[in-house]
Design a protein around this ligand. Structure first.
Ligand code: GDP
Ligand code: IMO
Ligand code: MG
Length: 427
């Protein structure tokens, strides 16, 4: 039995959905602990592709319990769409549990996200405009609406009226924008209350009891370490903590209940949205990587910025998350490149930096210092074990381990379940 936390080690989209789905076969429960529908986790089962935003990526197995923990922000409209879409595709839905303590994303959060991005203009963060930041803002300001409020009509009506009045003052007076009509909102959310009610429970208790019974639990992080509000490229981050310690908080278990932490790292690096990215490729190679890696956002469809693997941030992620293992995805995308680069340090005004700096103006000026490794020509998408990989591909993985201090447990060589090579069993 084991409890395993899976986290993104870069700027998100590392392939967490695929690895979660792969590991979920051995898990009893799969838990989301932070973020919301800013996440887009792609899972391919046979020839079918599923894009999950809120529901944990374990849902495609008929016998797994999927939990949305208290640390997640839930847009009930999106949850409904996702439930309906999965049901239409034949995925049974009885195995979902939603925390009564999770906060709700309301229409005024989405409106505010948009207004704030517009107001920032050139300084915009490039958010997914899903209302994530404003929802976490209300949580911290202690005016958020929680799932438990939704289930109590009177309390919900009162809190909603108060919040809407406050937000409308803000929209009008600060942003010079239209007010948000509230008349239909209450009925709409009464409908969502009925939709969510059967799934709502004390998910902290549920997960804690399952751990005591020796069940296998998989915690599925969203976003990535460099998008963490404390440890990432602030302010170009999301408004939650995607890092491993947040798994305990975001479901309500003690940190001593976590056995292993696995970092998912793409074999190169991508980023969507604004903010510095030292190993970004602005040339034809960057365009080629985007094409061969199909690097377009799962949630917003935006083209992802592409660049070489950055071992400075990967080593930083190893420290912040206490990584036991790495799962390196999309190694197949690098096939055919004559040489591969791995960033092992930054040059900043003549000085060599080996740690990720807090000051973004410094990070923005960092020039990568690269190790150059030979590439491989073989198509590795049919590899089924580490031994099937060409020598240079294994050397590339070995170099990542040397630079990060973390052994590689899993390697992705394609989008399908069968295209995951296992070096270490995690459950
Ligand atoms: P997540 O947000 O971390 O779950 O990642 P996304 O789903 O947003 O983006 C990862 C993309 O890469 C998806 O389209 C996956 O299907 C795809 N993918 C995952 N692992 C691999 C791999 O090993 N090889 C290839 N070629 N594609 C992969
Ligand atoms: P998954 O789970 C990649 C980025 C946005 C923006 C910043 C803030 O699929 O890896 P937000 O809407 O959260 O306020 O946006 O964070 N971002 C992601 N980038 N993958 C994600 O999720 C992301 N979720 C948010 O592009 O730069
Ligand atoms: Mg994604």
């Amino acid at each position: 039995m084991a409890t395993v936390v899976l986290v993104g080690t870069q700027w998100g989209d590392e392939g967490k959905g695929k690895i979660t789905d792969f590991l979920a076969e051995q898990a009893d429960i799969v838990v989301r602990y932070q973020g919301g529908n800013n996440a887009g986790h792609t899972v391919c089962v046979d020839d079918e592709e599923f894009r999950l935003h809120l529901i944990p990526s374990g849902i495609l197995y008929p016998d797994k319990l999927c939990v949305i923990g208290n640390g997640v922000v839930i847009n009930p409209e999106v949850l409904e769409k996702e439930l309906v879409s999965l049901r239409e595709r034949g995925v049974p839905m009885a195995r979902l549990a939603i925390s009564e303590r999770a906060h709700l994303i309301m229409p005024y959060h989405i409106y505010l996200d948009e207004l704030e991005e517009e107001k920032k203009g050139a300084r915009k963060i490039g958010t997914t405009r899903r209302g994530i930041g404003p929802a976490y803002q209300d949580k911290a300001a202690r005016v958020g609406l929680r799932v438990v409020d939704l289930l109590n009509k009177e309390i919900f009506r009162q809190k909603l009226e108060n919040n809407l009045a406050d937000k409308n003052r803000l929209f009008e007076k600060v942003y010079g924008a239209e007010k948000l009509a509230g008349d239909k909102l209450f009925e709409e959310y009464a409908y969502y209350a009925d939709l969510l009610r059967p799934y709502v429970c004390d998910t902290s208790l549920l997960v804690d009891e399952a751990i005591s019974k020796g069940k296998n639990i998989l915690f599925e992080g969203a976003q990535g370490t460099l998008l963490d509000i404390d440890h990432g490229t602030y302010p170009y981050v999301t408004s939650s903590n995607p890092t491993a310690a947040a798994a305990a908080l975001g479901v309500g278990i003690g940190p001593t209940r976590i056995d292993k932490v696995v970092g998912v790292a793409k074999a190169y690096t991508t980023r969507v949205g604004e903010g510095p990215f030292p190993t970004e490729l602005h040339d034809e190679l960057g365009v080629q990587m985007r094409k061969s890696g199909n690097e377009f956002g799962t949630t917003t469809g935006r083209p992802r910025r592409c660049g070489w693997f950055d071992a400075v941030i990967a080593r930083f992620a190893a420290r912040i998350n206490g990584l036991d293992y790495l799962a390196v995805t999309k190694l197949d995308v690098l096939s055919g490149l004559p040489e591969l680069k791995i960033c092992r340090g930054y040059r900043y005004r003549g000085e060599l930096l080996t740690e990720f700096p807090a000051d973004l103006s410094v990070f923005g000026e960092c020039e990568p210092v690269y190790d150059i490794l030979p590439g491989w020509d073989e198509d590795i998408s049919r590899a089924r074990s580490f031994e099937d990989l060409p020598k240079n591909a294994r050397a590339y993985l070995q170099r990542i381990t040397e630079l990060t201090g973390v052994p590689v447990a899993l390697v992705g060589v394609g989008t399908k379940r069968s295209q995951t090579l296992v070096q270490v069993d995690l459950f």
